[in-house]
Design a protein around this ligand. Structure first.
Ligand SMILES: O=C(O)C(=O)C[C@]1(C(=O)O)C=C[C@@H](O)C=C1
Length: 417
């Protein structure tokens, strides 16, 4: 039986997340979420109903929200009103049957739906770089920790969060492939990007010296970004991957591990009471991670500032189409900023039979391309109509403003962190 649970009972408060040494909120989790295949319809609908009734009861516990997120993204199979919670909610002394309110025009605006703060889902626990990225993308937002990337996508789809901010690539470690795959599996739109300088520290319990260490734990990306520096520090240690950097720091602290250090941010050291044994241990001082901001609705593309557009495409005849697609951009002087290929999971192998020689087995790919133009720009529109002719599948993941913040790699986190 699939179930979705929300382990915390209150809507998260920003103070809990951003002020040091406060009790950290438990990340949002989805138990037994679908692996590669979606749940069947009835499982999915009952999951939505459980999750939604949780949201409603949280909001009423708070006494803050006086409206119910009665609609959902039409793509999330949540249009059946019979699925809305049938329970009763206590209001003062009276037990009143719960009646969802009709939608008003303000419910349809892209502004936050739940109070004045935008609720932004990220993967990890407080102190993670993703939380800092959420703060950079949406200053003063309410950051909602999620234990997996998939959960952050779902939190937005199910109106628990208004946006998600997720890493897609790092200047040293490369692409975060999982998020490329999830972008395609979910129906969210990229509405922005932020590039966050990532400044890693080696953290251990107070009083622990480097010589005592036998193990260093962190997110795999962080381990790979510090690979050479760890060796240079003379640390002859086992390196172990965990879900996120701040989670590693929390683990060391909660289990009083005297032989283990974590690679994480200085803010994580503060939050979990660890010492900074070494500062700035990333192999390149200009280590940067790029995050995308995701929303249920796309933004309207403009031409009055630099925009980027992200697309994904495939073709029945495989990689032979790639040159033609790329030339559609080259002829129009549109620069590409990123190209990534991923296995085509629906059709991973293409067989080409040759009676004389045998059967060639070609791997099939999906290609993700980011280019520097807005979809409001006629050059981009013409390029994409040409690309459409060469491809069997094409989706625009989003057209959004480029992160143009001045380059300052030494200040790793936004001011309020
Ligand atoms: O573990 C964290 O702190 C994260 O936010 C994740 C993550 C990643 O997925 O790449 C983000 C930025 C850094 O590159 C290292 C790790």
């Amino acid at each position: 039986m699939h179930s979705i649970s929300l382990p915390y009972s209150n809507t998260l408060n920003l103070n809990h997340i951003f002020s040091p040494k406060r009790v950290a909120p438990t990340p949002l989790t989805v138990r037994c979420v679908y692996g590669f295949e979606p749940l069947n319809k009835s499982d999915w609908q009952s999951s939505c109903a459980i999750l939604t009734s949780n949201v409603v009861s949280q909001e009423h516990n708070d006494g803050a929200a006086d409206h119910f997120p009665a609609v959902n993204d039409h793509k999330t199979a949540f249009t059946d009103l019979k699925l809305l919670p049938v329970g009763k909610l206590a209001v003062g002394e009276n037990i009143k049957p719960f009646q969802p309110k009709p939608l008003t025009i303000s419910d349809l605006s892209p502004a936050p739906m739940h109070g004045s703060q935008l609720r932004v889902a990220y993967q990890g626990v407080p102190g993670a770089y993703s939380e800092a990225a959420a703060g950079k993308a949406y200053p003063n937002c309410e950051a909602i920790p999620c234990d997996q990337f998939d959960v952050a996508f779902k939190a937005v789809e199910l109106w628990i969060a208004d946006r998600a901010v997720l890493p897609v690539e790092n200047s040293l470690g490369g692409s975060i492939h999982r998020n490329y795959d999830l972008l395609l599996r979910h129906r969210l739109h990229i509405v922005g990007e932020v590039q966050l300088p990532v400044h890693h520290c080696l953290l251990a319990l107070p009083g622990i010296r480097k010589e005592y260490l036998t193990r260093v734990i962190s997110h795999p990306q962080a381990l790979s970004q510090c690979e050479h520096t760890l060796t240079k520090l003379g640390l002859n240690v086992v390196r172990e991957a965990v879900d996120d950097t701040a989670g590693a720091a929390e683990f060391v602290a909660n289990n009083s591990l005297r032989d283990t250090a974590a690679i994480a941010s200085a803010r994580a050291a503060d939050l979990y009471g660890l010492n900074v044994l070494a500062d700035g241990i990333q192999d390149d001082p200009s280590n940067v991670t790029r995050f995308v901001m995701l929303a249920r609705e796309p933004i309207i593309p403009r031409t009055d500032r630099p925009f980027k557009t992200s697309i994904v495409f495939a073709h029945d005849k495989g990689t032979s189409v790639l040159f033609k697609v790329l030339s559609a951009f080259a002829f129009r002087n549109i620069s590409l900023t990123k190209i990534e290929s991923r296995p085509h999971r629906n059709r991973p192998i293409r067989l080409v039979d040759d009676e004389n020689v045998g059967t060639a087995k070609h791997f099939e790919y999906l290609f993700y391309v980011d280019f520097e133009a807005s979809m409001a720009d006629v050059r981009a529109q013409n390029a994409l109509s040409e690309v459409q002719e060469f491809t069997s599948f094409l989706r625009v993941l989003g057209s959004y403003p480029m992160d143009m913040t001045p380059w300052n790699p030494s200040s790793s986190l936004p001011d309020h962190h």
